[in-house]
Ligand binder design. Structure first.
Ligand code: 3PY
Ligand code: MG
Length: 267
């Protein structure tokens, strides 16, 4: 059975801590992935980060997965969802690149969630095409084994980050083939007319977050959220979140450099 760190952590019902990759380049991706043995996933952000989906994501996934069987699972956040152009090609590039899962932003209806599942799963479940000569090698399995097990091993993660998504959350969570609902607190706040979290969300937005958490758990699905510090992530873990982004490369670099320079300057 093809498996990976995030899938194992989610199945063991332990919080899966992750990190966000906003800067481009295979060496950056590998540096983040190697930063802690407690990382069970990283996401290459092709929506707001600077990695291009093709071929940039493939190079970063390869650099992470080459760390071996204990590497954090490499996820890819695709650039966009839209009404006029389908998102199938983006999911195809991300999964063919060897991503262990996709994070799909701005999903607000069960119909859109079903489309995401169809694009992410091979027939008979979905309509994902088969044909990359590289994907199975990055996973370290044969092509036949990848084809046989990918529908169970690829994680399909949709972001809940708009007012409409909150209204439809129970229906979205009930869609077969969706593994994780991922709250984007920044977009959720601005969609509801509140300022972005600084660092915590507005109490009204927090109520929505708790509602999404309980509806997702009721549906038996995993729930994830984006955080901006270890302390905030620990609190979300205590609340029952399954998958938590703890920090991002760009902010962690700036914080680390600032801390060291301050220590030096204070002498
Ligand atoms: C959000 O908070 O909107 C996110 O998508 C997390 O990056
Ligand atoms: Mg967002």
């Amino acid at each position: 059975m093809a498996t990976h760190a995030l899938l194992k952590t989610l199945r063991s019902n332990k919080p899966a801590f992750g990190a966000w990759i906003t800067l481009p380049g295979a060496f950056n991706a590998r540096t983040v992935a190697q930063a802690s043995p407690d990382l069970s996933w990283v996401v290459i952000d092709c929506e707001h980060g600077l990695t291009s989906l093709h071929p940039g994501a493939a190079e970063s996934v390869q650099a992470i997965e080459a760390l071996g069987p204990n590497a954090p699972s490499a996820l890819v956040r695709i650039p966009a969802t839209g009404t006029s152009t389908g998102t199938g090609w983006q999911i195809k590039h991300a999964l063919d690149a060897g991503a262990r899962g996709v994070i799909v932003p701005m999903i607000a209806s069960a119909a859109k969630a079903r489309e995401v599942v169809e694009d992410s799963r091979f027939p008979p479940v979905g309509r994902r095409g088969f044909g990359s000569p590289f994907t199975h090698g990055i996973w370290g399995v044969s092509a036949a084994e990848y084809l046989r097990t990918a529908n169970d091993s690829v994680l399909v993660i949709v972001q809940i980050e708009t007012q409409d998504a909150v209204v439809n959350v129970a229906e979205i969570a009930a869609v077969d083939g969706i593994d994780v609902l991922f709250i984007g607190p920044y977009d959720l706040s601005i969609s509801c007319g509140y300022p972005p979290p600084s660092p915590d969300p507005h109490p009204d937005v927090e109520k929505l977050i708790q509602h999404i958490l309980s509806e997702t758990k009721k549906a038996g699905k995993k729930i994830a959220i984006f955080c901006s510090s270890g302390a905030q992530a620990a609190q979300r873990a205590r609340q029952g979140f399954d998958m938590i982004s703890v920090t991002a490369d760009s902010s962690a670099i700036a914080e680390g450099i600032q801390r060291h320079i301050s220590a030096a300057a204070e002498q």
